[in-house]
Design a protein around this ligand. Structure first.
Ligand code: FE2
Length: 542
């Protein structure tokens, strides 16, 4: 991962440079132009994890044509960065230089500090007389600030081979977002043709084979970062991201993955280390102790956002009543304590949770064991019913119970999970045995895949076909806490948070296989403060 010397150096440079505006011009004009064809900053610019006084900036330098991602080739190079309060950079507020090179795949991450809160900033990078594209970002409000509104784009499951990133384009075009939250599967590890658009490769991946090595993951990240829609959204708003399984391999757990074969694909620990190193290099994400990426960000008194990592510490997926085993975990002990304590102690109005896999129960017909009593146990039915997908929280009942029980015991309200992974759209009320028939303890809004196959794609039928509609009705009939689901649309969500309510609106694409596809409003659901009962919105937001 990013070594500590690099990070210290970056932080020192960032901290020391705020307010010193002099040397950049000299540096820029003093170097001989040596621009690589395609531009030195062809992978775009990005920002992430805004704090009241700082922001993380990202880019990737291509100093020479030979210095391709994953090549391990190319010179050490000094990159300049600037932050300004206006897009013309007439007044530069912070700037500095830092070194990058092949050891970090020529990626550049700057943790800028010393900025004013709740402010829009423009930023850019310079090398050899050329500037990158200009990015726009903003710092978070102070923790004690009264803010009226926060608007978030919410996305997941962006699969290159299954289509174009029109969802990113539509979100970038809005111009009214404070933040984009990506809850995982930012990229997929598969080789070409292994997971595409219902059997058709819309656009082939690089490398063509499944990503296994550090070079492979770097090349895959670099490919995604060439997408113009992805670049536009990164450049227009700060992102807060977490990973799900495909950033490493399908159905990942702490000691392996469904899509990893140790005999032919090498040691799993080596693969994880490679995938995560490339991720930390290529993504605008802050990491903590032991490179942990679960973390919490605050936006005034209105929102605290906890981003979860549900892959690094989890037990292997199980089935049947094994999903009730209290020895199994999806969060790991440390993250569970951090999550419980953070939610219960939060003074923010809304506790949002970036949650890679669905936490609401999803039963498939059989009644939960707790309703059937001893008969359910005899029949081998898991406590919360027969789970459709044990890769979700359904496969880890003890952890879900522990979290929900803690929310109940501490009377913690106004928790909203923002979820991806399941490729379909859901508005859920979170209930368990502990909540029984009483009020739900939290709300969950699940965004569909941006492009990855979902139900009609698997069926080979058009969207909103009778089978998909029937499936949605059956799921709702056996899961009363599922207030709405739609199984065919691809797209994104927009969450608007005010003091009174959280409202999620789902937008579905006309055609994921076409660039610049239009999107249409599919549904809106909201939850009011003090209650986790969902309410359907009759019309798109004004
Ligand atoms: Fe996915």
């Amino acid at each position: 991962m990013t070594n500590t010397i690099d990070r210290r150096t970056i932080l020192r440079m960032a901290g020391a440079s705020a307010g010193t505006a002099a040397l950049v011009g000299a540096t820029m004009s003093g170097q001989a132009p040596a621009r690589a064809a395609g531009g030195a900053f062809r992978h775009g610019v990005a920002s992430g994890d805004p704090l009241p006084d700082g922001i993380l900036l990202w880019t990737r330098l291509t100093p020479t044509d030979a210095a391709q991602p994953g090549s391990g080739v190319g010179p050490e190079a000094m990159v300049t960065w600037q932050v300004a309060a206006d897009p013309n950079f007439s007044t530069v507020t912070a700037q500095g230089t830092l070194s990058t090179g092949p050891a970090r795949d020529h990626t550049v991450k700057v943790a800028v500090t010393g900025l004013a809160p709740a402010t829009t900033w423009w930023y850019r990078f310079g090398y050899a007389g050329a500037w990158s594209a200009t990015g726009r970002t903003m710092t978070a409000p102070p923790a004690d600030a009264d803010i009226d509104r926060l608007r978030l784009g919410v996305v997941s499951c962006s699969n290159w081979e299954a289509g174009y990133f029109s969802a990113y384009r539509r979100l970038a075009d809005r111009g009214d977002l404070n933040l984009v939250v990506h809850v995982g599967d930012y990229l997929y590890e598969y080789g070409t043709g292994e997971f595409d658009a219902g059997g058709t490769v819309v656009r082939p991946v690089l490398p063509a084979h499944e990503a296994l090595t550090l070079a492979d993951y770097r090349i895959r990240h670099a490919l995604y970062k060439t997408d113009p829609d992805l670049q536009a959204l990164h450049a227009s708003v700060p992102w807060v991201i977490t990973w799900d399984d495909h950033e490493v391999a399908n159905d990942q757990w702490s000691g392996g993955a469904g899509n990893h074969t140790p005999g032919t694909e090498g040691d799993y620990a080596d693969r994880v280390a490679a995938a995560r190193r490339a991720y930390v290099e290529w993504m605008p994400v802050r990491t903590g102790v032991d490179e942990a990426i679960y973390r919490r960000l605050r936006f005034g008194k209105l929102v605290e956002l906890s981003m979860l990592d549900l892959r690094t510490y989890r037990s292997q997926q199980a089935s049947g009543t094994a999903v009730d085993d209290p020895a199994r975990t999806i969060t790991g002990d440390a993250q569970m304590s951090w999550l419980k304590n953070g939610l219960a102690a939060s003074t923010a109005r809304w506790k949002l949770v970036g949650n890679p896999v669905m936490i609401a129960r999803l039963d498939v017909g059989a009644l939960p064991a707790w309703l059937l009593g001893p008969l359910g146990k005899l029949l081998g039915i898991p406590e919360n019913g027969a789970a459709l997908n044990a890769d979700q929280w359904d496969g880890y009942n003890a952890d879900r119970n522990e979290l929900v029980n803690h929310l109940l015991a501490t009377a913690t309200r106004d928790v909203v999970f923002l979820t991806g992974d399941i490729h379909t759209s859901w508005a859920n009320e979170v209930t368990t045995r502990a909540t029984g028939g009483s009020a739900p303890i939290a709300a969950e809004f699940v965004v569909p895949s941006m492009t990855s196959d979902n139900i009609n794609d698997f069926l080979g039928l058009p969207e909103r076909n009778p089978l998909s509609t029937l499936g949605a009705s059956l799921l709702r009939a056996t899961n009363k806490h599922v207030r709405w689901t739609e199984l065919d649309g691809h797209g994104y969500g927009v969450l608007e948070v005010t003091r009174q309510r959280c409202r999620m609106d789902w937008y579905h694409l006309a055609d994921r296989t076409r660039p610049n596809s239009a999107s249409r409003w599919a549904a809106g659901w909201s939850v009011g403060v003090g209650s986790s009962v969902l309410r359907q919105e009759a019309a798109p937001p004004a």
